[in-house]
Design a protein around this ligand. Structure first.
Ligand code: IPE
Ligand code: IPE
Ligand code: MG
Length: 235
């Protein structure tokens, strides 16, 4: 792993291509989501081995509520099952779980499971895993802007720096992603971390998410390691 000289502190994954993976095999779209959970597990395990501090997954977007009800229900059930199944892996490996997004539309049983797993793992010292669930970047910025407006009503003279505004986002105190990987050949952000991705590196993999395993992940990390991050400056 010499070619991993520079590891990202925060890697974020836009897991895409589950549906296509299933259709290519004559299966139902949900079978792709089911197999995709194994990729999450493998990427998480590899990240733990490498000592990556923050790993996040775009699991369900606000826009994904517009999919057929049956698929939405399956995804919610799958999420519930995965959380319960992985609790032991989290606690055994010192993983702290955070779930961020608009909770309002989530089923009650899933909200309860999220609260339980997040509180049982809250002191995980090794790695923070973030699941973006019912999340969209514009929604996050808007909810932060509403909080800022309320603060300004209370104290009209107060000023807000970029850092202050960042503290109002759901991702407060989480470092911005250094690397965003999107699978399945799509090259767009799909309303993901709009504010936080300001200086992220992007790696687009043609591999469909259920096939995105250790080797593909390491390849993406190697590519990141070769990037020259200048942040607008001259080196
Ligand atoms: C990603 O796979 C999973 C979610 C968005 C929940 P897709 O379901 O988007 O798979 P494709 O893009 O249709 O192949
Ligand atoms: C983005 O994938 C959302 C998640 C990975 C959860 P989509 O498949 O929903 O995005 P679009 O529709 O191709 O932009
Ligand atoms: Mg997709």
């Amino acid at each position: 792993m010499d070619n991993l000289s520079r590891l990202p502190k925060h890697v974020s994954l836009i897991m895409d291509g589950n549906g296509r993976w299933a259709l290519q095999r004559g299966k139902e779209r949900v079978d792709g989501h089911i197999e995709g959970v194994n990729s999450v597990r493998e990427v998480m395990k590899t990240s733990l081995e490498l000592g990556i501090e923050y790993i996040s997954f775009f699991a369900f977007s606000e826009e994904n509520w517009g999919r057929p009800q049956e698929e939405v229900n399956c995804l919610m059930e799958l999420m519930l099952k995965a959380l319960d199944n992985e609790l032991k892996t989290f606690t055994d490996n010192g993983v702290r779980l955070l779930v961020l997004g608009n909770r309002e539309r989530l089923p009650e049983s899933l909200k309860e499971s999220i609260d339980r797993v997040c509180s049982l793992t809250s002191d995980g010292p090794k790695m923070t895993m973030i699941l973006f669930l019912s999340y969209s970047g514009k929604w996050d910025i808007l909810q932060a802007a509403k909080k800022m407006a309320q603060e300004l009503i209370k104290d009209p003279g107060r000023s807000f720096s970029e850092e202050d505004f960042g503290e109002l986002l759901t991702t407060a105190r989480i470092p911005d992603p250094d690397l965003i990987i999107r699978t399945s050949g799509e090259e767009r952000l799909s309303n993901y971390l709009l504010w936080q991705a300001a200086y992220s590196e992007f790696v687009f993999s043609p591999v469909l998410w259920p096939d995105f395993r250790r080797d593909e992940y390491l390849r993406a990390l190697e590519e990141y390691s070769r990037r020259d991050r200048r942040f607008g400056k001259v080196k």
